[in-house]
Ligand binder design. Structure first.
Ligand SMILES: Cc1cc2nc3c(=O)[nH]c(=O)nc-3n(C[C@H](O)[C@H](O)[C@H](O)COP(=O)(O)O)c2cc1C
Length: 324
């Protein structure tokens, strides 16, 4: 069912990827979905992005790996996962049995490893898209693709050629000019750009003069980063035509609507799942009414409708009314 009784169309198009609705759950915050099945009606989600997988299994970083901060969560998990083959054998069959889209998140240490992972996954069915995690602040290597425009462009293009799936590039906010990296991803052929991964940060126990995270540095998520994520979506939406997936601190319907107006076509919900795994379906219930309130019959009608004062002042209508 794509429209509700009010005739609102919840479908969204992200390049070659069509989703039944724009509410997804973010990588690393929803496990591999099975553990949520008794709490959440998984089939209602617009999509699931399972925990990032790497070619080989990884033990992740030493503890502590999470710390709560004011209005946020700091983590340094370090891409703890059982590797690609384990995912294909043990998680993908369940994920692909769900009536929702699975966007498989992959991270390679090198360009060739990313491409090899895409190539290997191309043999599998039940994958709606790949999300390239080129933005994890908690591992060395890999993140270069999210901070170097040329490497990013070449990587997206290489992965696109290696598989039949739509490709989303997930970017880090930990760069000076995120629009430049997004332009490179768009040039490489990304179907969508996911914004943002966590913001690098740290927490300190001053009495012991020790960092609280075993890895010293970590990635900040949750409400604390929403303004940064909105800024990134806004800046990137003005720089590329590629559809955007907004991520960062989303916890309620108003947050979602803000991301649409800023320029996102879909959103992912992350940290909020930790204290309320039903948040995504509740937001989905509220979405049609919010779209009606915004005067839109579809999400697409609302995307990027933000008007700044500078733009209003330079619009032809404003010039006429200023002159009269
Ligand atoms: C504990 C934890 C683990 C995460 N693991 C991943 C991961 O494996 N891959 C990834 O792309 N992002 C990962 N993220 C980042 C989230 O997907 C998301 O981009 C970020 O947390 C911002 O959204 P939020 O504020 O809604 O959590 C992780 C976040 C948290 C809190």
């Amino acid at each position: 069912m794509f429209t509700d009784r009010s005739g609102i169309d919840l479908r969204v198009q992200l390049g070659r990827l069509q989703l039944a609705n724009p509410i997804l759950v973010a990588s690393g915050t929803f496990g591999y979905a099975r553990e949520m099945e008794r709490i959440v009606d998984l089939g209602r989600l617009g999509g699931i992005v399972p925990k990032t997988i790497t070619m080989q299994s990884r033990p992740g970083n030493r503890p502590w790996r999470t710390v709560e901060t004011a209005a946020g969560l700091l983590n340094s998990i370090g891409l703890d996962n059982d590797g690609l083959e384990f995912f294909v054998r043990h998680h993908l069959p369940y994920l692909s049995s769900l009536p929702t889209a699975t966007l498989v998140s992959i991270a390679g240490r090198t360009h060739d490893e990313f491409v090899a992972m895409a190539h290997r996954l191309d043999r599998e069915s039940g994958i709606a898209a790949l999300e390239l995690n080129i933005s994890c602040p908690n591992v060395s290597g890999g993140i270069d693709f999210g901070t170097d425009a040329e490497m990013c462009c070449r990587l997206v293009s290489g992965v696109r050629q290696a598989c039949r799936f739509p490709v989303a590039a997930k970017l880090t906010p930990n760069v000076t000019r995120i629009a430049e990296i997004a332009q490179a991803a768009a040039e490489g052929g990304a179907d969508a750009i996911s914004l943002i991964n966590t913001v690098q940060g740290m927490a300190i126990d001053w009495r012991r003069k020790r960092p609280l995270l075993g890895n010293v540095l970590g990635g900040l998520s949750g409400p604390a980063i929403k303004p940064i994520a909105l800024r990134c979506v806004y800046q990137v939406s003005r720089a590329v035509a590629t559809p955007l997936i907004g991520i960062g601190g989303i916890a309620c319907i108003d947050d979602v609507m803000e991301f649409f107006v800023a320029g996102a076509t879909a959103v992912q919900i992350g940290t909020a799942n930790y204290y309320d795994p039903t948040v995504s379906t509740r937001i989905l219930d509220q979405l049609p009414a919010a779209l009606v309130e915004a005067g839109a019959r579809s999400v697409a009608e609302l995307v990027g409708t933000l008007q700044t004062m500078a733009e209003e002042a330079s619009s032809p209508l404003a010039r006429v009314s200023a002159a009269t």
